[in-house]
Write a protein that binds this ligand. Structure first.
Ligand code: CAA
Length: 258
């Protein structure tokens, strides 16, 4: 409907489901797909009726990496001048909470795309890795940084240096994913989590996302200070009045998302 060729976008209530759709290439992330994901998610981010975005792939592959066939002929001037992959950074700047629902391969750019999302849910079939070194390159969409923050130096170094993969159980144990669910329940579970988030106050969900993300960028004292400022600011919201009044009145809140 939106002229997208490599993704599908569906809306249910206040949640959006974006499915990567290049099955023949195991959802390899070519430039077209990158631009479509960024355009679609930025449009959803501007929509006040959208409270959470789920990104998913197929049963076999969330995404098997950046498109190797597209990169293979490139040279340094082309990569540098076009700022190859730079658009992916915009995904990390969305204000709407995002969920990666990962089944099958999440390799290279696929693992990096999953880590760009706020919540990472894995099917028991999920396989994570940064195998770029086997292609004579290194992670290029933040994997060396985000994997290290997620699982620590020892595991990140080993994975990036050898290209070995992690299964879902190891990924959960290492803190890369929040939960592992049976593959046939992944989509429903991700949409349920998205529905829960989308039912919260939209500005407060944005504040939570900002506050948690700030922890990666700053000192503890500054981060706590930032959180406190946001906490006080929440009292300017209609949703704070509603949320606390509903608790006192022993009824569910009816957030206006303002
Ligand atoms: N780029 C382009 N095409 C890809 C691809 C990729 N990353 N991954 C898979 N494909 C294509 C294959 O070439 C194949 O196409 P053809 O049918 O035209 O030959 C099709 O998808 C199916 O793949 P396979 O036949 O290889 O499927 P398999 O089940 O035998 O193996 C796999 C699955 C182990 C994931 C294997 O496809 C694989 O190793 N893929 C590459 C993984 C990888 O190296 N990812 C990192 C890419 S570099 C990167 O991402 C840089 C960065 O940091 C951003």
């Amino acid at each position: 409907t939106d002229g997208y060729e490599t993704i599908l976008v569906e809306r249910t209530g206040r949640t959006a489901l974006l499915t990567l759709n290049r099955p023949k290439a195991l959802n390899a992330l070519n430039l077209r797909l990158m631009n479509e994901v960024v355009a679609a998610t930025e449009a959803l981010d501007r929509d006040p009726e959208c409270g959470c975005i789920v990104l998913t792939g197929s049963a076999k592959a969330f995404a098997a990496g950046a498109d190797i066939k597209e990169m293979q002929p490139q040279d340094y001037p082309e990569m540098y001048l076009s700022d190859w992959f730079a658009a992916w950074d915009r995904l990390g700047r969305l204000r709407t909470p995002t969920i990666a629902a990962v089944a099958g391969y999440a390799l290279g750019g696929g693992c990096e795309l999953a880590m760009l999302c706020d919540v990472l849910l894995a099917a028991d079939t999920a396989v994570f890795g940064q195998p770029e070194i086997k292609l004579g390159v290194l992670p290029g969409i933040g994997g060396s940084q985000r994997l290290t923050r997620a699982v620590g130096k020892a595991k990140a170094m080993e994975m990036c240096l050898t290209g070995r993969t992690m299964d879902a159980v190891e990924a959960e144990r290492a803190g890369l994913v929040s939960r592992v669910v049976p593959a046939d329940e992944l989509r429903a579970e991700a949409l349920a989590v998205a529905g829960t988030i989308a039912g919260m106050s939209r500005p407060v969900a944005m504040m939570v996302k900002e506050a948690v993300n700030r922890s990666f960028e700053t000192t503890l004292a500054e981060g706590v200070h930032f959180e406190r400022r946001l906490f006080h600011a929440a009292f300017a919201l209609a949703d704070q009045k509603e949320g606390m009044t509903a608790f006192v009145d022993k009824r569910p809140p009816r957030f206006t998302h303002r």
